[in-house]
Structure formats: structure tokens, C-alpha cells
Design a protein. Structure first.
Length: 106
């Protein structure tokens, strides 16, 4: 699993029938900054994920990737590799909150 920020959406009018009605989003994974462990920084990568929770643009989310992405009730029969499984409230590292969905790090 990893945390990521929702950066956009994907529209595919032609797709396999089982994917009809499933919202697709682009996300950018984040990691703890190696130089300043008090903040998260983007990795520069982008993934397309299935959104089962109704995430919005700029929201931080929890992503499950690989075969585990098909282990939720909503995705068990879908041909997917990545899914949003959580909306991130806070990220704490070493007892310090480095991300909060209420704004800047506390």
C-alpha cells in the first residue's frame, strides 16, 4: 500500500464491459522526504486507479496495487491493478503529524 494525491481523472468511452460505471482517477504517489522527515514529497510517478470511495481532486488517498487490488468486494471481478481503498486523514511519522487533511501539517 502507499499514499498518493489524486491529480486527475481518466475517461474511457471504449472499455471492457466489466469496467463500465467504474470511476478512473490519476494519482501521484508520495513518500516521506529523506532530507526532511517532517513532510511528504511526490515521487514523480503517475498511476491510473479505480476509485471505489468517491475521492476528489487533490485528496490524499491510500492505494492498494497488484493482485491485492482485486480483493475488495467492489473490485473482485475487475481486470485492475490499482484501487483506492482509503481516504487519508493524517500521516504520523515518529509521533509527529506530517500530513493532515485539515490543511498544513500540524
Amino acid at each position: 500500500m502507499f499514499v498518493a494525491r489524486v491529480t486527475g481523472s481518466v475517461v474511457a468511452t471504449q472499455k471492457v464491459a466489466s469496467m463500465t460505471g467504474h470511476k478512473l482517477l490519476t494519482v501521484e504517489p508520495y513518500r516521506v522526504d529523506e532530507k526532511d522527515r517532517d513532510r511528504l514529497v511526490p515521487t514523480g510517478r503517475t498511476f491510473v486507479v479505480v476509485d471505489t470511495l468517491g475521492a476528489g481532486i487533490d485528496e490524499m488517498v491510500l492505494i492498494c496495487q497488484g493482485s491485492s487490488a482485486r480483493l475488495t468486494p467492489e473490485t473482485e471481478k475487475l481486470p485492475i491493478d490499482a484501487v483506492i481503498i482509503g481516504l487519508v486523514d493524517t500521516v504520523d511519522i515518529g509521533g509527529k503529524t506530517i500530513f493532515s487533511n485539515r490543511g498544513a501539517a500540524e
